[in-house]
Ligand binder design. Structure first.
Ligand code: SAM
Length: 214
């Protein structure tokens, strides 16, 4: 077994299972996807650590536990369609691609989106579509979605995203101040959204029409 495979198993056991992640499909996906390939080579040795890492353009790849917590909350079934807002490195995108039927992902920064597209293609994920744009308004042409994940912090829940959720659809989004947020999960039931809170978190800003102005 390679050093990275050992590091992945240790990450799953010590950072995810020990902190309460139970969904076996999520644990398997996190044990399978080569996280180090989503950061620059100089950071490969730290790729399985218990923290976010820089990915350029002042953005980050999220901490493994946060990726697992958000993914578990989405309750994805293997035929479902999911929208990710904030592609970043493409790591979370790959995890979603392991668990859902089709993944749509939007990244605001062209350089990051282009790198993520190359990585996702080279790893052979054919059920992913990534585009450059403002994901705070969603992806209307591809809606409705069974699940929507926002991987950047926003001052309020983007209304367009709620509109693009299908019946029983789940939205997971960090909401709050620029420096810290609460991870919120909304489930659509008819005209209502049932909200729960999953804990505190710290994300970079969602910059766009339905997020921060800058
Ligand atoms: N999930 C990513 C990963 O696994 O690497 C990490 C995402 S990073 C914490 C948040 C990303 O959201 C950044 O890449 C940032 O450029 C992007 N972002 C911020 N505002 C956005 C918007 N309105 N639309 C799309 N992407 C946005």
């Amino acid at each position: 077994m390679t050093d990275y495979a050992v590091a992945r198993q240790r990450m799953v056991a010590e950072q995810l299972v020990r902190r309460g992640i139970q969904d076996q499909r999520v644990l398997q996906a996190m044990g399978k996807v080569h996280r180090h390939l989503f950061v620059e080579e100089a950071l490969w040795g730290r790729a399985y650590g218990d923290y976010p890492l820089p990915i350029g353009e002042k953005q980050t790849i999220s901490q493994p536990f946060m990726v697992a917590l958000m993914t578990e909350a989405l309750e994805l079934k293997d035929h479902e369609r999911v929208l990710e807002v904030g592609t970043g490195s493409g790591y979370q995108t790959a995890i979603l691609a392991e668990l859902a039927g089709k993944v749509y992902s939007i990244e605001r920064m062209r350089a990051l989106a282009m790198r993520a597209i190359r990585r996702i293609e080279s790893l052979g994920y054919y059920n992913v579509l990534i585009r450059v744009g403002d994901g705070s308004v969603g992806w209307k042409e591809m809606a409705p979605f069974d699940a929507i994940l926002v991987t950047a912090g926003t001052p309020q829940v983007p209304i367009r995203l709620l509109e693009q959720l299908g019946e029983d659809g789940r939205l997971v989004v960090p909401v709050g101040q620029a420096e810290n947020q609460v991870l919120r999960k909304g489930t659509k039931k008819g005209a209502d959204i049932h909200w729960t809170e999953l804990g505190n978190c710290v994300f970079v800003k969602l910059v766009g029409e339905q997020g921060w102005s800058d």
